[in-house]
Design a binder for this molecule. Structure first.
Ligand code: ADP
Ligand code: MG
Length: 340
């Protein structure tokens, strides 16, 4: 069993500027798995942008065009669990052999190998074996190879051997096409102005686009009402409000502290220790970004500082964000955790 989801096909994967390269590479691979220079194919991008959908589509098309080939989709978490289990039962060799037999191996969310030295090592051997035999490897990640932390250099360098293609936020037209397709599938019609409104306002990712459609449909059904622009606008603004309301300065401090493994008491204190200063500045930066609090109020809540200190913190973070790659990685990680 290839573990492929038959709902995720090329047919219902809307093409747009934001996914053109990754999609085209995927199609080329499906025609000639292992026979292109795209080995591995490394697809990366933020949550909800279609990585999982796209790799299933590739796998399904391989099965269709080359029924004799074995295809396997596996999440990196599952791969890791299986490996741990194999070590426990002392049958690592079976585990390795199983993976080395696969013609097209699709591993989703490879960033989860971060920090897992043993699993990285076993994956390294499987990768080499498959690649040497011209078998196809397809990987996804929420970051580009260069940005993944705590991953062996020899793996990072292999991730770059083939093609890295990113998925970006879909543009307006792509969003509109995605909406139209989802509604058509569900057999529901929305007025054009409503579609336009959703596509204009939900510009983050496809998962949120789908989520907002579902909320609007639920609202209309619950209240036995037509789908109007008014109902849509009110539903979406409620969604945005709840998303905002949940993010408090406390929550931001907690998230930043957990990430850097420093204590909240420390960032509340006067200490100038480097890692604490960094965490404190980031907490201030995120508080400015995610809440409506003033600089003065952020300062009061984070370590009893004045507004100038908060302003300085925001500038420092922005500077580092532009000049320091690792730092940019921290910001993206924490953003994701806060927004989750
Ligand atoms: P990721 O793995 O990047 O987090 P997913 O593949 O899970 O994202 O996609 C999230 C949702 O958005 C899925 O329901 C998927 O079908 C849908 N989706 C993403 N991109 C597209 C697209 N280009 N066309 C149609 N649906 C899409
Ligand atoms: Mg995914």
């Amino acid at each position: 069993d290839s573990q492929l989801n038959h709902n995720y096909t090329f047919n219902n994967f809307i093409e747009g500027e934001s996914n053109r390269l990754a999609r085209a590479a995927g199609r080329a691979i499906a025609k000639r798995p292992g026979g292109t220079s795209f080995n591995p194919l490394f697809i990366y991008g933020g949550v909800g942008l279609g990585k999982t959908h796209l790799v299933h589509a590739i796998g399904l098309e391989v099965k269709e065009l080359h029924p004799e080939k074995t295809v396997l989709y596996v999440s990196t978490e599952k791969f890791t669990q299986q490996f741990i289990e194999a070590v426990k039962n002392n049958n690592q060799n079976d585990f390795i052999h199983f993976y080395q037999m696969i013609d097209v191996l699709i591993m989703d969310d490879i960033q989860f190998l971060s920090g897992k030295t043993k699993t990285q090592e076993v994956f390294f051997h499987i990768f080499n074996h498959l690649h040497q035999r011209g078998n196809q490897i397809i990987l996804t990640s929420d970051k580009s190879p260069a940005e993944i932390q705590d991953m062996e250099d020899r793996l990072i360098s292999r991730f770059k051997w083939g093609l890295s293609a990113d998925l970006q936020n879909p543009d307006y037209n792509t969003r509109l096409s995605i909406l139209k397709q989802k509604l058509e599938n569900d057999g529901i019609e929305f007025p054009d102005e409503v579609m336009d409104y959703i596509a204009q306002n939900i510009d983050t990712n496809v998962r949120e686009l789908e989520g907002s459609l579902n909320s609007i449909i639920a609202q209309a059904t619950l209240n036995k009402r037509e789908i109007t622009l008014d109902l849509t606008a009110r539903t979406l603004s409620k969604l945005v409000q709840t998303a905002r309301k949940e993010i408090s300065i406390d929550y931001i401090q907690k998230t930043v502290c957990e990430y850097f493994k420093v204590k909240i008491e420390d960032i509340q204190s006067k200490t100038r220790k480097r890692d604490v200063v960094q965490a404190r500045q980031l907490a201030m930066f995120f508080a400015k970004q995610y809440t409506k609090a003033s600089l003065a109020s952020i300062g009061t809540q984070i370590g009893k500082r004045d507004h100038a200190t908060v302003l300085h913190a925001c500038k420092t973070v922005k500077n580092l964000q532009e000049t320091d790659k690792a730092f940019r990685g921290y910001i993206e990680d924490i953003s994701r955790k806060i927004a989750d």
